[in-house]
Design a binder for this molecule. Structure first.
Ligand SMILES: [Zn+2]
Length: 275
């Protein structure tokens, strides 16, 4: 499932390729992917170019040269591919946006592509919390918000209200890096634990972005970066495998009906304080 690092990786890569080139053709294979007809969708985009690519949480936001926005929200199985000439992606594309020599392909049956006004987009963005990499997401904000949440740390991280863009994979990796159990109650974390959780959040997300995230589908024919963080995951979907720190076996627990992966030796209710 694409989370913040995967989408930020896409944003950085695409920014090098698709800005300031007019869109020549648009094909929407999945009519359910947007709220207008495929013809209207194509008409609104053809001839336009993109000035800027923004990301908020897991939303990829294309700024069009007429002031409007194209929002792309990838589904669980979503991915992007950038093909040259006649080259096709390794998946059935739900949408294709052609920039002349190259074409952007969007995968994922439930992926959404929506044309929006700035105001319409603001309404959508209001429903989610600040982006973890934004100036709003300070340690003070994060720690004070954790104190207000009676839920498990895992749910506070994945809820999209405290911060937008973190899903199950990175929530588990962040909890591991902070040495905290995914089931630890957010409001019960002491100052040291909350501060460690914030640091872990920043370091895990940045490392994952730099390593290309965890989507296994390459982004282009010569792409060797995408998915590079998969080999660096410490606990997520590693049940029964040895912890990279101490060899204890990674376990799975249920947190409010969701699976969470953790190391029973490295992770605790509070961060261990070393003196
Ligand atoms: Zn461990």
């Amino acid at each position: 499932m694409p989370e913040l690092p995967e989408i930020e990786h896409y944003r950085r890569q695409l920014g090098q390729w698709i800005l300031d080139r007019p869109i020549e053709r648009v094909h929407l294979a999945n009519k359910k992917g947007t709220d207008v007809s495929p013809e209207e969708f194509s008409e609104a985009l053809t001839g336009r170019s993109l000035l800027f690519l923004e990301r908020r949480g897991t939303f990829l936001i294309f700024h069009l040269d007429n002031g409007h926005r194209l929002l792309i929200a990838l589904s669980k199985d979503g991915a992007l591919y950038y093909g040259e000439g006649e080259e096709k992606p390794p998946f059935a594309a739900q949408a294709e946006i052609n920039f002349g020599e190259r074409t952007l392909y969007v995968a994922g049956k439930g992926s959404v592509l929506r044309l929006m006004t700035v105001r319409g987009l603001d309404e959508v963005l209001k429903t989610i919390g600040p982006d973890p990499l934004s100036r709003q997401a300070t340690p003070e904000y994060f720690i004070s918000q954790l104190k207000k949440r009676r839920s498990a740390l895992r749910n506070a991280l994945t809820g999209q209200k405290l911060l937008a863009g973190i899903g199950p994979r990175y929530a588990d990796e962040i909890a591991f890096t902070a040495g905290l159990l995914p089931s630890a109650k957010a409001h019960e974390l002491n100052g040291e634990s909350a501060a460690r959780l914030y640091e872990a959040m920043e370091s895990v997300l940045n490392a994952a972005i730099d390593a290309g995230g965890c989507i296994t589908t390459p982004m282009s024919a010569d792409d060797t970066v995408t998915g590079g963080y998969l080999a660096q995951c410490r606990v997520y979907e590693r049940e029964g495998q040895p912890c990279t720190e101490n060899g204890a076996l990674v376990e799975k627990m249920d947190v409010s009906g969701k699976k969470a992966y953790y190391c029973p030796q490295c992770q605790h209710e509070q961060t261990a304080v070393f003196s």
